[in-house]
Design a protein around this ligand. Structure first.
Ligand code: ATP
Ligand code: FE
Length: 336
């Protein structure tokens, strides 16, 4: 089975070709334009997708070294995401499926972040059902109980900002360019995570809140720069390490609670923020401290990519779950 997968939910245009559960190619065109604006501008994202989609798909097929005619189906991200962005991938997938006379498969982007672990890759091994998936990305923060490929339930989520937003907004306060998450990660590596302390919010059950953190960082920085105008540059590593430590503490606290409540000790992380080295390390450490079995996807399958859309496509294809030509993009699209 050869699946062509297309992802265009936010600001990355991506196409991948899978042969069964193996990735033959995974091309990602990141849109640099948003850097100038300090965040994703929907209108520009949509336009960039329109420019990128044909070359990205062509490249994915070329790199996979197959002919279009060999494709068994087209999988695409139906949602959630930015409507203008989703429409580009959706329309493209629909017309290609019509042109090639092959089935169309619609994929939920958040499910794809969870199921990315099932990509057949020598450097990864899939979690066993049931497992808990912590999906941390630019728009979401969720703990999902995954009973089977298509049986999953959100058991906790953020009430306000997503973890990725917490990283990006904190970075913005520090004057770092968008997206700031990877930069906080980089500076945190050489900083003292206990130098500054930020409050851990009290939120019910398995839910999260990150908007308070952003506010307390803002006040803290405003106060300190009044005393020392060079406070940020003189303490950048320590500030980043302390912010990252706080975020990790919040995440681990809820994960511990989720394990206690469900009795499930198979833990998989996914989504763009799972590229964070501090989070990866904290999770790996739980294998010895708590006896959890943890799963961290390869970097390229953490941030938005079409390979993860393709793996969902492959399992849907096997179960003959296809979409019709009248399928529409969904900006809000719940996981279950
Ligand atoms: P969603 O999947 O919820 O629709 P998205 O697709 O925009 O959101 P992803 O591409 O999955 O999000 O993740 C992007 C986010 O990951 C950004 O907020 C970015 O700052 C963050 N991120 C990426 N790498 C790192 C890192 N090393 N440390 C912290 N954050 C990171
Ligand atoms: Fe994503």
């Amino acid at each position: 089975i050869y699946i062509l997968a297309i992802e265009s939910s936010c600001d990355d245009t991506s196409a991948a070709v899978l042969m069964n559960d193996k990735v033959l190619s995974n091309v990602v065109a990141t849109q640099a334009i948003h850097k100038e604006y300090g965040g994703v501008v929907p209108e520009l994202a949509s336009r960039a997708h329109q420019q990128n989609i044909v070359p990205v798909v062509d490249q994915a097929i070329a790199r996979a070294n197959i002919d279009k005619k060999q494709l068994s189906a087209i999988a695409f991200t139906r949602g959630p995401g930015l409507m203008g962005s989703l429409l580009v991938g959706t329309s493209f997938a629909k017309s290609l499926s019509l042109g090639l006379q092959i089935p169309l498969i619609e994929v939920n982007h958040m499910k794809a972040h969870v199921l990315a672990h099932f990509i057949n890759d020598d450097s990864m091994k899939p979690p066993k059902f049931p497992f808990l998936a912590l999906t941390i990305s630019g728009g979401h923060t969720q703990i999902v109980q995954v009973n089977d490929f298509f049986d999953m339930k959100i058991i906790g989520q953020t009430l306000d900002d997503a973890v990725g937003e917490a990283f990006d907004k904190s970075a913005k306060i520090l004057g770092l360019p968008y997206p700031g998450g990877p930069l906080i990660d980089k500076y945190a590596a050489t900083g003292n995570s206990h130098k500054f302390e930020f409050p851990i919010p009290k939120v019910k059950e398995l839910d999260f809140s990150f908007s308070g953190l952003k506010t307390s960082i803002l006040y803290f920085i405003q106060k300190q720069t009044k005393i020392d105008p060079h406070f940020i540059e003189n303490n950048l590593e320590d500030i980043c390490a302390s912010i990252q430590y706080t975020i990790i503490t919040i995440l681990m606290k809820k994960l511990k609670k989720a394990v206690k409540l469900t009795g499930i000790k198979e833990i998989a992380i996914g989504g763009g923020v799972s590229a964070n080295s501090g989070i990866r390390k904290a999770l790996m450490d739980t294998q010895t401290t708590y006896g959890w079995k943890t799963y961290v996807p390869k970097f390229e399958y953490c941030t938005d990519n079409a390979a993860m859309i393709g793996i969902v496509g492959y399992y849907k294809y096997k179960n003959e779950v296809f979409a019709q030509q009248d399928v529409t993009a969904k900006a809000r699209y719940l996981i279950s």
